[in-house]
Ligand binder design. Sequence first.
Ligand SMILES: Nc1ncnc2c1ncn2[C@@H]1O[C@H](COP(=O)(O)OP(=O)(O)OP(=O)(O)O)[C@@H](O)[C@H]1O
Ligand SMILES: [Mg+2]
Length: 147
Amino acid sequence: MCKINYLSKSADDTVGFAITFAEKLKPGDVVTLWGDMGAGKTTFTRGLAWGLGIPRKCPITSPTFTLVNEYSGRLTLYHIDLYRVQATEDLETLPLREILFGDGVAVVEWPEKLGEVLPENRWDVRIKIVDENSRRIEIEQIGADEP
Ligand SMILES: Nc1ncnc2c1ncn2[C@@H]1O[C@H](COP(=O)(O)OP(=O)(O)OP(=O)(O)O)[C@@H](O)[C@H]1O
Ligand SMILES: [Mg+2]
């Protein structure tokens, strides 16, 4: 099992940490981002995108109307934000299974909303607010035999 624990001191620090973490990602990986509003889930996703070779000129912001943004890099990145999902029927507008079990990398903000679709094999990233500029980031690989 692979567990990483990091104390980030700034948003840029979180981006840099996520860039390095992205090296571990393989086709089909799912990254679930757990944390309160403003914890830094989207900031972390920006680093993942850059680490996957998505051009830095691409703005990495939360998907607004579609729930998912798709970017092409070393791997395809699907950025899913389920904050506005209220009922499981809202998920049906998404090709969720294709995205989560396909060959790209899926990053999910508010994975609590996935319910039974939450994949067993995934990277859990937990971001806790310590103070204004500090975040505790814990990463655990769940369900995989090999780290
Ligand atoms: N160490 C840090 N890591 C990440 N973000 C930080 C850090 N310190 C301060 N911040 C600030 O916290 C905010 C994090 O915002 P971000 O949109 O990434 O959060 P989020 O978890 O995606 O929120 P939401 O649930 O609303 O989508 C940004 O304004 C960022 O500058
Ligand atoms: Mg966000």
